[in-house]
Ligand binder design. Structure first.
Ligand SMILES: C[S@@+](CC[C@H](N)C(=O)[O-])C[C@H]1O[C@@H](n2cnc3c(N)ncnc32)[C@H](O)[C@@H]1O
Ligand code: SF4
Length: 367
């Protein structure tokens, strides 16, 4: 169970959130989302070659004033939880501290996905208000970090990020996670570079820093299809994770993302879907400086764009947009982490399954 799951689901499925869940289950438009993924900025100080958002970086922007007003709007729409993510690097916007204060003071759940380079500048608010902070590390050493997460001048800022994580570990109220995306790359000279061999070392470092969890994930290609890795690499990762299991305790967990399970079971890149309307899109949405999108898988996709939060209020956007512009059977043929939730919502909408569907919904709504 991930901390993401613990925090968002407990917020989402409190009885007061249930009316909106039932609205969505019936296939009707919801009055407002329950969870918002928010990219404060498209700017990023790192230049990770495999970044899924590489083509979307450094585009339009929210002014600090608009970002502050947006946070107020989220509170007044009774959004339950907000995940600050990117797109770019959420802590790079100078208005993010205010967003954390506004949402945190109003009691919303807050998750932050960050590269960690700017934790220090945001330390007080992160420590005080974030339900969880997940730092994308993808390495256990400075050298490998520099290969997969170089800064814009090609340097490795690994030591600084580790130091920042230690600062947060000492002060945080919420959970701190270390995420490790399994990656390999063929260099122009034909050599293959990978980070797979550093899983155990990274888990040990996460434990030493004082993280609450260590999460391994599989990589996506540009179309969000999971990139299959060679069998021997997967076996090596599994051996390292088995060894890392000795670190587990009440205060340190190893978390397996569903993407890694997909790799192990060789389900292939395509996840066919029968339904034509995404019910989860009524409950969770993505707000970025370049547009509001049906979900984070469709970040930057003009066909899934609901409106422009730079110029328009979220209330207007939500009331006038049609989340049905995305047809999952046609537009979402990759593995979607919300697929189980969509199936459970459909069953609830048909009046089938009551508490079993509700349990499935709760179990499958992380990520
Ligand atoms: C694009 S980053 C933006 C937030 C922040 N700048 C960071 O580095 O965490 C959001 C998440 O996407 C993940 N990510 C980046 N490229 C990816 C890819 N090709 N496949 C899967 N996940 C990816 C990162 O590991 C990170 O956890
Ligand atoms: S990718 Fe998943 S969450 Fe996004 S619209 Fe498609 S089915 Fe819904």
């Amino acid at each position: 169970m991930t901390h993401d799951r613990l925090d968002l689901v407990s917020k989402l499925y409190q009885p007061s959130g249930w009316p909106r869940v039932l609205e969505a289950a019936s296939g009707a438009p919801s009055s407002a989302p329950l969870v918002v993924d928010l990219d404060p900025t498209t700017f990023c100080d790192l230049a990770c070659p495999e970044c899924i958002s590489g083509k979307l970086l450094n585009q339009s922007r929210f002014t600090p004033e608009r970002l502050a007003a947006l946070a107020e709007e989220l509170v007044s729409l009774s959004v339950r939880a907000v995940v600050l993510i990117g797109g770019g690097e959420p802590l790079a916007h100078r208005g993010t501290r205010q967003v954390l204060r506004t949402l945190g003071e109003a009691g919303l759940g807050i998750g932050v996905v960050t590269n960690g380079t700017m934790i220090k500048q945001n330390l007080t608010e992160l420590a005080q208000y974030a339900s969880w902070v997940r730092v994308s590390m993808d390495a256990g050493t400075k050298e490998t970090y520099g290969i997969f997460r170089p800064d814009r001048k090609g340097r490795s800022v690994f030591d600084k990020v580790v130091e920042n994580m230690r600062l947060l570990a000492a002060e945080k109220k919420g959970a701190l996670g270390y995420s490790f995306l399994l990656m390999s790359r063929r260099e122009p000279d034909g050599r293959v570079v990978t980070n797979h061999h550093e899983v155990l070392q990274a888990a040990e470092l996460a434990h030493d820093i004082g993280c609450d969890y260590f999460e391994t994930k599989a990589m996506f290609d540009d179309d969000h299809h999971i990139v299959q890795v060679p069998e021997e690499m997967l076996e090596s990762v599994d051996r390292q994770l088995a060894e890392a299991a000795r670190l587990e305790s009440d205060r340190f967990q190893l978390v397996n993302s569903s993407t890694l399970t997909s790799l192990r079971t060789h389900v292939g890149p395509v996840q066919p879907k029968e339904y034509h309307r995404c019910r989860v899109a009524e409950l969770r949405t993505l707000i970025t400086p370049s547009g509001v999108y049906v979900c984070s898988y469709h970040r930057g996709n003009p066909l899934a764009r609901l409106g422009d939060a730079v110029t328009d209020s979220l209330t207007d956007i939500w009331q006038t947009s049609d989340r049905g512009i995305v047809d999952p059977s046609r537009d979402c043929r990759f593995h979607c982490a919300r697929h189980g939730s969509n199936e459970a919502l459909e069953r609830i909408g048909r009046g089938a399954g009551g508490s079993r569907s509700r349990r499935t919904l709760i179990r499958s709504s992380s990520g």
